[in-house]
Design a binder for this molecule. Structure first.
Ligand code: THU
Length: 146
């Protein structure tokens, strides 16, 4: 049984399943690229998000940031992991959807980079786990301003 920093395989698969559910709500009339995310808070709560596009393109929001902003706006600020699934429209997950640079920076604001786990998945069995530090080496964060 695979384990990653206290995340059991069962917990990882629960997060992936919730990200898959969230992806079904993606609003993507322009790119037709659909992303879902499930964010695990330190207190065990799981907050989901999808990408939400806009006719003016610029106001579009990624699934990961939707989840973070939902959580923070509800007073949740401690996080352990996020699962992300994304692929072009359709049920099949044809690729691993790594978070964009802006979303990595938002993670950097709220998550300890050495321990926060980012899970990208193509199915419940096919997934990759990495830390935020691996995705954003030498990142700039709140500690730089202290
Ligand atoms: N997208 C995400 O939701 N997360 C990412 O990390 C990468 C990109 C969305 C934004 C846009 O709606 C679509 O995928 C294509 O870029």
């Amino acid at each position: 049984m695979e384990e990653n920093n206290n995340l059991t395989q069962e917990k990882i698969q629960q997060l992936i399943a919730l990200a898959m559910e969230a992806r079904k709500k993606a609003y993507t009339p322009y790119s037709h690229y659909q992303v879902g995310a499930a964010l695990l808070a330190e207190d065990g709560r799981i907050i989901t998000g999808c990408n939400i596009e806009n006719a003016a393109y610029g106001p579009s929001n990624c699934a990961e940031r939707t989840a973070f902003f939902k959580a923070v706006s509800e007073g949740i600020r401690g996080f352990m992991a996020i699962a992300i699934v994304g692929s072009p429209e359709g049920d099949a997950l044809t690729q691993y959807a790594y978070p964009c640079g802006v979303c990595r920076q938002v993670m950097m604001e709220f998550c300890p980079p050495e321990t926060f786990q980012v899970i990208v998945a193509r199915s419940l069995e096919e997934y990759r786990v990495m830390t935020l530090r691996e995705l954003l080496p030498e990142g700039f964060g709140p500690e730089n301003l202290q």
